[in-house]
Design a protein. Structure first.
Length: 238
């Protein structure tokens, strides 16, 4: 009841427009997208076919057996999970998070619901920003997500063992797989290997596109002795 009254007052005093369709956002929990745009967003629920390794969306409807896209065979992470497809409300949430370190109640619930089980001795590591990008932005959106993930018992947070030692250009939508790989090759380094060795890593980022960032992070983490690297993101690009 109190929340309903608060939402009504906020909509009158500070009307929020959906970043997608520009209609009104009636609930603060919905963040920057309206309820209709959330309904149009494909959220993974197990009734779709995803690549067993990288989580790529392959088709609607569950598969009869484990399915692999084969594009990720040489990637160094073990498995990747995401809340849903990078479209509509999830796309708006990802873009908003790059400028504002805030997660809506709706997205927080979806993140915790999609979070893979703790495999034991798990440490959450956000994909790091370069020093220059951190100064420009003022925060790391992957770290914001990681702190929410660590609200679940059993996950430790480590924001400092993995660093981005080379400033790389922002990945643009038009960049192909090879271009994305070249921009992040040799960009990451583990500076505290003793805290990574023998651990299962949950690598957190906002979006999984080609897998170039995830696999290069996973490569240096495993070189430093990590047992497994599981990737977890808000959205998965199609």
């Amino acid at each position: 009841m109190i929340k309903a009254v608060t939402d009504s007052l906020l909509s009158l005093i500070y009307p929020q427009h959906c970043r997608i369709c520009r209609s009104g956002v009636e609930s603060s929990d919905d963040g920057v997208a309206c309820s209709e745009c959330w309904e149009k967003t494909r959220i993974f629920d197990g009734n779709e076919t995803l690549c067993k390794k990288c989580g790529a969306f392959l088709s609607s409807g569950p598969a009869a057996a484990e399915t692999f896209c084969r594009n990720c065979d040489e990637h160094f992470y073990d498995r990747a999970y995401a809340v849903g497809i990078y479209e509509n409300a999830l796309a708006a949430a990802v873009l908003h998070l790059k400028t504002t370190p805030h997660i809506s109640g709706k997205l927080k619930g979806l993140l915790l619901n999609a979070l893979p089980e703790n495999e034991g001795s798990s440490v959450v590591i956000p994909v790091p920003l370069s020093r220059k990008r951190m100064l420009e932005r003022g925060f790391n959106q992957a770290a914001v997500l990681s702190r929410i993930v660590c609200g679940r018992d059993g996950f430790d947070l480590d924001e400092y063992s993995l660093i981005r030692k080379i400033h790389t250009p922002i990945h643009r939508a038009a960049m192909d797989k090879k271009a994305r790989e070249l921009t992040v090759r040799n960009a990451f380094e583990v500076v505290r290997p003793n805290l990574v060795k023998g651990r299962n890593i949950l690598l957190v980022d906002d979006i999984f596109t080609s897998g170039a960032t995830a696999t290069n992070c996973a490569r240096v983490l495993k070189k430093s002795g990590a047992l497994r690297v599981t990737v977890f993101t808000i959205a998965r690009a199609v």
